[in-house]
Design a protein around this ligand. Structure first.
Ligand SMILES: *Cc1c(COP(=O)(O)O)cnc(C)c1O
Length: 418
């Protein structure tokens, strides 16, 4: 569910016509709906209300301060994967006591920064990392709260680049390694074991892989408790998928009810780390059709947003629905077209072989479901300033990140002068 809908023949975000924003801000730009973010966050909150839980929004999905501060106001915590994301979380008013730190490659300075800010826990992915955390905690005379990320070896049946819970992936520890790691950590003076964690992948559109992973986690948990380890938090990661095209992912309450069946009589605090399911359909990318180019092979719609602005189609062959901001009459003809950007790469496309309406040069298009892994994955490739981000609430809008300027492109650089 989202609040991007046609009214009187044109696309609105909540109560604001998108054309009006484009006139003021220029194109391309990311457009977010505060009401949609709120709705999605509350869907998770309500779905898990039966048990103690913390929703740790995965900041890598959308790290804009306005988004984070909105979620903070609703009570969100954060799943971070870098020092930069912790910095953003704190600036946005997210309580560090609701922050979990994931990722296989935490640097010393990042670990220190997280310790200084008293986060809830580190999701530790290797013994070497455990030792690095112990060392920094000792230097700061602190006790580092940790959980181990367990690799449950389940197939989430999603794109290979976003599968993370298979044995062959770089993430987490096997059951056997995890038991060793818990024993080791229990004897470390500056480390406190508080949780167990997994995250099996992203854009998962069915419930069984989540339950399978949870069962393996609970089974391991029992072994650990029999050995005397005390575990308070059980973190099942994120990964719930969204509808981009014809997927039919479970709603948060269906997902939750299956999980609650396993957890509701147990004493743990549940942590979930949704990113895409909260942000994905809360944002779109608005772009302008620059040129129509008909070759002998096919039609190209050349737009002013490229793979540097939205990487997902090029990176994962991801599908994003693309619709005109001015609604077309249903009886208007459709044509097969590639929607491509201005970047000098053949991989620069937003859609391929897509049935599209007949459009006119200069028209605005909405690339749907772009609120997660959209702006955060964007770059300056081809020296293109990163686009603006705009948030709508009701009948108002706010520019929440200004479009970068040409000067921004070079502001950290210098001419060669040795
Ligand atoms: C990316 C990631 C998430 C969020 O995944 P979504 O599919 O966006 O929900 C959560 N936890 C970890 C550890 C991640 O790497």
């Amino acid at each position: 569910m989202h609040y991007f809908n046609y009214k009187n023949g044109e696309l609105y975000c909540e109560e604001v016509p998108i054309k009006k924003i484009a006139q003021e801000v220029g194109t391309p730009f990311y457009l977010y709906s505060a009401k949609t973010f709120t709705r999605h966050f509350k869907a998770f909150q309500n779905a898990f209300s039966e048990i103690k839980h913390i929703i740790c929004f995965a900041i890598k999905a959308n790290s804009n301060l306005a988004v984070l501060s909105l979620l903070a106001s609703l009570g969100s915590g954060a799943d971070i994967v870098s020092k930069g994301e912790l910095f953003r979380a704190i600036k946005a008013g997210i309580n560090p006591k609701k922050v979990v730190y994931s990722g296989v490659g935490k640097r010393e300075d990042e670990i220190r920064y997280a310790l200084e800010n008293d986060i809830l826990m580190f999701n530790v992915e290797s013994l070497s990392e455990l030792k690095a955390i112990e060392k920094q905690a000792k230097l700061l005379d602190k006790k580092a709260p940790i959980s181990f990320r367990v690799n449950p070896d389940v197939d989430p049946k999603t794109h290979p680049y976003i599968s993370t819970g298979l044995k062959k992936n770089k993430f987490g520890l096997s059951r056997k390694e995890a038991i060793k790691a818990y024993d080791l950590a229990a004897n470390m003076e500056n480390v406190e074991v508080v949780g167990i964690d997994c995250h099996i992948g992203s854009q998962i559109t069915e419930i069984p892989p989540f339950i399978e992973a949870l069962e393996r986690l609970l089974d391991l948990l029992k072994t650990l408790e029999d050995k005397g380890h005390k575990i308070k938090y059980i973190d099942i990661g994120g990964g719930l998928g969204i509808k981009y095209h014809d997927e039919a992912p479970p709603e948060p309450d269906e997902y939750a009810s299956e999980i609650l069946k396993k957890l509701k009589d147990l004493p743990y605090t549940l942590i979930i780390e949704p990113g895409r399911a909260i942000a994905g359909n809360a944002g779109i990318l608005v772009t302008k059709l620059l040129y129509i180019k008909d070759t002998e092979e096919k039609r190209f719609y050349i737009v002013d947003a490229g793979m540097n602005d939205l990487a997902r189609p090029s990176l994962y062959k991801a599908y994003h629905e693309i619709i005109p901001v001015l609604e077309k009459k249903e009886d208007k003809k459709e044509i097969l077209a590639d929607v491509v950007g201005p970047i000098c790469e053949t991989g620069d496309f937003l859609a391929r072989e897509r049935s599209m309406p007949l459009l006119e040069e200069g028209e605005l298009l909405a690339v749907m479901s772009a609120g997660a892994y959209g702006f955060t994955m964007s770059s300056n490739y081809n020296s293109r300033p990163r686009v603006a981000e705009v948030m709508v609430s009701g009948d108002q809008f706010q520019i929440v990140r200004e479009r970068e300027t040409l000067q921004d492109l070079i502001s950290k650089e210098s001419l060669f002068n040795l």
